[in-house]
Design a protein around this ligand. Structure first.
Ligand code: GUN
Length: 295
């Protein structure tokens, strides 16, 4: 069994990006710039946004955060998005989700200029991805594809089972893995809360992607001997033996599943660090005008 070290792979990719960013900055006079909009005080969202800022600075990109109060109206939020959409020195814009109640995530995402939508959540970018056209790939699915590639895991012709059909992870990763291109070409089954005989379907998987958001729900009896297991979940559970008072666990019961696997991602230090790499790659790509050529 080999542990896929997402932190190490993310560091390698960030170092490669840092070199390119420095060259672009010295040639073109400015670095790529990612803006994040954070509405309200959700602690998990605060942490995500701080990590994004830190990662931008690590690779030499500029970052800014627009903090808006919990009771911001949709019209006020749209004004901020319009403002950033027009700013020629900002390449990428993300609106941190979830939004406070009363704000429509669909309407807000649709307002982001597609060429700045580095989360890849805008319908135009998701549509392009489904059609196999150049687009910003959602960050976590891109991170998973990069982990598989960088670990030298063969995907062509393999059976892949994805558990979870969210717009952010399960649905896009199932599409990416089934595309006709190198690093994909899997036969994909997408499972969800209404799937019958889930353990038996999971046991057919050469590659099992778990994104259900339930702590340690996937036990050894879901996993075929020799499978590759990618755990997207992250949960805080109380743990008196830790200084912080909590431990981080995935959707997979690691101790039971790991001995059955050929490869597995740990939590923390597996998929998590790769998500930010996905976002940074999209921001770099926006700066270079790779998806939507600049005028
Ligand atoms: N909330 C949880 N994951 C994400 C993400 O990838 N992007 C944004 N904008 N919000 C999130």
């Amino acid at each position: 069994m080999r542990i896929i070290d997402g932190k190490e792979i993310a560091n390698q990719l960030k170092n490669e990006m840092a070199a390119e960013v420095e060259k672009l900055r010295s040639d073109l006079g400015r670095a790529p710039h990612l803006a994040a909009v954070l509405v309200g005080n959700d602690p998990a969202s605060e942490t995500y946004v701080k990590n994004k800022e830190k990662a931008c600075h690590e690779v030499g990109m500029a970052s800014s955060v627009y903090r808006l109060p919990e009771r911001t109206t949709e019209a006020e939020l749209m004004e901020v998005i319009d403002f950033v959409n027009k700013d020629e020195e900002i390449d990428g814009l993300i609106v941190q989700l979830p939004l406070p109640k009363g704000l429509s995530e669909d309407a807000v995402i649709a307002r982001i200029a597609p060429e700045k939508d580095v989360d890849g959540f805008h319908p135009a970018n998701l549509g392009r991805m489904v059609l196999g056209q150049p687009s910003y790939l959602p960050a976590t699915p891109m991170g998973i594809m990069l982990l598989l590639q960088r670990s030298g895991i063969e995907t062509e012709g393999k059976r892949c089972v994805v558990i979870g059909r969210s717009h952010i992870v399960g649905t896009p990763v199932s599409i990416l893995l089934s595309r006709n291109r190198a690093g994909a070409n899997c036969t994909v089954t997408l499972c969800h809360s209404k799937t019958q005989n889930l353990p038996a379907i999971c046991r057919t998987a050469d590659i099992l992607i778990v994104a259900i958001g339930q702590c340690e729900a996937i036990t050894g009896d879901y996993v075929k001997e020799g499978a590759v297991v990618i755990d997207v979940g992250i949960h805080r559970v109380p743990d008196a033996s830790k200084k912080s008072g909590f431990a981080l666990k995935g959707d997979v019961k690691y101790d039971e599943v790991a001995p059955r696997c050929s490869y597995i991602t740990p939590v923390p230090g597996g998929v998590g660090p790769m998500t930010i790499v996905g976002l940074l790659r999209n921001t770099l790509s926006a700066f270079k005008g790779e998806i939507y050529p600049k005028r």
